[in-house]
Every structure is written in C-alpha cells, then in structure tokens.
Design a protein. Structure first.
Length: 130
C-alpha cells in the first residue's frame, strides 16, 4: 500500500513540508550542530549545560519522530496537535527570548507558516470527507 497514492496534491505537499521542517529542526540544530540558541532557550528549564545538551538531544529525536508521524499517519489530530505544539513553543520563545522575533527567519514567521500549512491540510482533509 502506498501511503501517498490517495492524497490530494495540496495535502501531500503539506505533509511533506511539515515533516521536513520537524525532521530538520530536530536533526540539525539539536542533534548535529547543538545550536547555542537551542541551549539558551532551554537554559531556564535546565540551567546545567550538560543536562541542557542532553535534553536538547532528546527533544531533537522527539521532533524527528513527530515529523515522521506527520508524514506517515496523516490524521486530523496530528495537524491539530501540530498547531497546538507550535503555538505553545512560540509562546515559550516569546517568554524566554523575545529578541528572537527580530531576527531574520525567526520563530514567528516559521511557526506561522507551519500553522498555515496545518490549516491547509485540515481544510483539504475536510474537503475530502464531503
């Protein structure tokens, strides 16, 4: 069975882009490069550097799994959960590091785009149910 054969192109694009974003964000800045920005964001929760680094690594694996789940499952609740998680993460960044919102390609623009893709996916799924 092909996981993508019955998907409308718009829904398929949303799934692939959302999965790519989560997998990339989990892999590159959290596991491969251990971005100082990620360490700064987690510092209020894990003030000891080694613990923060370990926590970031686990979060990276979680993001990769979440991205794969969006790609494989294609369930409404996955896109709804995605929206909630992105809004919560955005609020956390706004509380901990509000200056990040002034940077190019900042969390606000990225999360807004990913929420938009989730909304498009939900609309496509609803359209196909009718």
């Amino acid at each position: 069975m092909n996981l993508f054969s019955t998907q409308e192109p718009a829904l398929l694009i949303c799934r692939i882009v959302l999965a790519f974003a989560w997998i990339y964000q989990g892999l590159v800045p959290k596991i491969v490069c251990k971005s100082p920005g990620e360490v700064n964001l987690i510092a209020p929760v894990a003030p000891i550097y080694e613990i923060a680094c370990n926590l970031i690594t686990y979060m990276g694996y979680g993001e990769i799994v979440f991205g794969l789940a969006i790609l494989i499952l294609a369930k409404r609740w996955m896109f709804q959960l995605n929206i909630v998680v992105l809004v919560v993460l955005l609020a956390y960044v706004g509380f901990v590091e509000p200056g990040m919102f002034t940077l190019p390609f900042n969390p606000l623009t990225l999360n807004a785009a990913l929420v938009g893709l989730s909304l498009i996916a939900l609309l496509e799924m609803k359209k196909n149910e009718m």
